[in-house]
Design a protein around this ligand. Structure first.
Ligand code: ATP
Ligand code: MG
Length: 415
């Protein structure tokens, strides 16, 4: 992608109404634009990151045998009345139609997925089954702050599983927990496994929390085995569920994922039953499992930045290479060499953003590059060409090195 043609402008001024690091760097870097409190547009650069995050989540969901679906954001009021959540859920957005009906904007999808499963899981032979979607959710959060970390419109991956027995449900629950661990590692934000207050219906409820100074949750982490507890259920005399120790450190976290054993809460509300081996009708057991890709994107920025901007982990970086041409007096020579490199990278399938802008100073190009945070920077200038070379610098390192033009390939493309 040529930067001169890209829908991108960085900004020198920080947003006035949000002090969080991710809001500042993502807005200044031209990744997102705030439309109203808790609602953002993803610009091309930001959409690339979001899609990478979501694809990592998708790959790991496919790997545990879940099938992808897409459910509606606009949902009938009746479904929400069936579970009592039309009145109970304080963050529910309610829509009044001019045609005389009311609907909800989906904050989560138990009210849709449970009746949806009715025709699919009617016999014990049909289970276990699991479906997931990656979709936009709506919640009328009291305080939409902290950039992408708490939106009123945000992205969620939600997975739902259906089982004939609690044993089978717990078995799958553990498989999902393993997949989640992998996901957060791949995203560059390894998460703590946290015991959560799941409410009265659930024995099994865990959160995945990334330790970060701007996190909203207070956690107590076992010094011996690292299992953490959310403050909401923590008591001073609590012994670690896993190892029995009673030695905690207090920290702050941001919840990037959540897994729940729903048991029969929603199958009871929608009469979701199956015929068991012995011919009797029984309620289906369910689990639900969420991850917030947009919140993850915010947390990644909170965790990977320095004074100059973002340092994207390779796995979610918008581009692999930021190619920068510094066209001075001998602009043609530099331009030709940079164009050639750009085309070569394109043909090799290397994701490259090419700063080919004319009339922009070296200082400005470097500042933009640091702010945007692409992991590898390649500079072509009169100086480097005098040595038949380019300058290669990793965003995470302070030193650069000269690499002969003929060796750019081995330095960047070969894994
Ligand atoms: P929180 O306690 O932070 O409000 P939650 O318990 O309401 O989270 P879930 O309903 O379990 O969250 O949603 C699943 C995932 O969706 C969360 O783990 C989080 O990553 C993400 N998420 C929830 N609310 C928001 C939000 N307002 N903005 C961005 N992401 C969110
Ligand atoms: Mg919430």
């Amino acid at each position: 992608m040529k930067q001169s043609q890209y829908f991108l402008k960085t900004s020198k001024s920080a947003p006035k109404d949000d002090v969080s690091v991710n809001a500042r760097l993502l807005e200044q870097g031209g990744f997102v634009q705030k439309v109203m409190a808790g609602v953002y547009s993803y610009l091309p650069l930001g959409l690339r990151v979001l899609q990478k995050v979501e694809n990592i989540v998708r790959e790991e969901m496919n790997a545990i045998g879940a099938s992808e679906v897409l459910m509606p954001a606009l949902q009938p009021k009746e479904n929400w009345e069936a579970t009592g959540r039309w009145n109970e859920l304080d963050v529910l957005f309610k829509v009044e139609s001019q045609h005389g009906y009311q609907a909800a904007l989906g904050p989560t999808h138990e009210e849709i997925v449970t009746p949806m499963a009715q025709s699919i899981v009617s016999s014990y032979r049909d289970m276990p089954k699991a479906v997931f979607q990656i979709q936009t959710k709506f919640r009328d959060e009291a305080r939409a702050k902290s950039g992408l970390m708490r939106g009123r419109e945000f992205r969620m991956k939600d997975l739902y599983s259906f089982h004939t027995s609690e044993e089978d449900l717990i078995n799958y629950y553990k498989i999902v927990a393993g997949a989640y661990k992998k996901i957060f590692e791949r995203l560059g934000i390894p998460a703590l496994y946290v015991e959560a207050s799941g409410g009265s219906f659930s024995k099994y409820s865990h959160e995945f929390q990334v330790e970060t100074p701007n996190g909203e949750d207070v956690l107590f982490v076992c010094q011996k085995c690292n299992l953490a507890v959310n403050k909401e259920i923590y008591t001073a005399d609590k012994k670690c569920t896993d190892c029995g120790a009673q030695d905690y450190r207090e920290t702050k976290g941001s919840e990037v994922g959540n897994i729940f054993e729903l048991k029969t809460k929603y199958s009871d509300a929608f009469n979701l039953k199956f015929t068991d081996e012995d011919g009797t009708q029984k309620p289906v057991l369910m689990g639900c499992y969420g991850i917030g890709p947009s919140r993850c994107m915010g947390v990644i920025v909170e965790e990977h930045n320095d004074d100059h901007g973002i340092l994207w982990p390779e796995s979610v970086a918008p581009f692999k290479v930021h190619l920068i041409s510094l066209t001075g007096k001998d602009s043609n020579e530099v331009k030709n060499a940079a164009d050639t490199l750009y085309e070569e990278m394109q043909s090799k399938g290397i994701e490259v953003l090419y700063d080919d802008r004319e009339g922009v100073s070296a200082g400005e190009k470097f500042a933009d590059s640091d702010l945007i945070g692409i992991p590898n920077r390649v500079v072509v200038s009169t100086k480097t060409l005098a040595e038949q070379s380019v300058e290669l610098k990793k965003r995470a390192e302070s030193d650069s090195k000269l690499v002969p033009l003929s060796e750019v390939k081995t330095n960047l493309y070969s894994k």
